[in-house]
Design a protein around this ligand. Structure first.
Ligand SMILES: [Zn+2]
Length: 81
């Protein structure tokens, strides 16, 4: 029997986009979405709640550290090199 399991990993049914848009757009959105919701730490206090508040603006609610960076990724590692 051929098992008909969907490929999983949520590549086709990501939140917010559903079955709208073509495969390329969904793929790109999926990558950005995953990068955006990745667990990161505040470079100032190390809190894992460091998150994006707006496109390109990252904020830590714990120590109020705010930084302007990429729209989908904060790239702190690159800045410190
Ligand atoms: Zn912080």
């Amino acid at each position: 029997m051929v098992s008909r399991t969907s490929s999983g990993k949520g590549s086709t049914n990501l939140k917010g986009l559903g079955i709208k848009f073509g495969a390329t757009v969904r793929k790109r959105y999926g990558k950005a979405y995953r990068t955006l919701h990745k667990k990161r730490r505040c470079p100032s206090c190390g809190s894992p709640r460091f998150a994006r508040v707006a496109s390109g603006i990252w904020n830590c609610p714990k120590c109020n550290y705010k930084v302007a960076s990429g729209a989908y990724d904060v790239e702190i590692e690159k800045l410190h090199r």
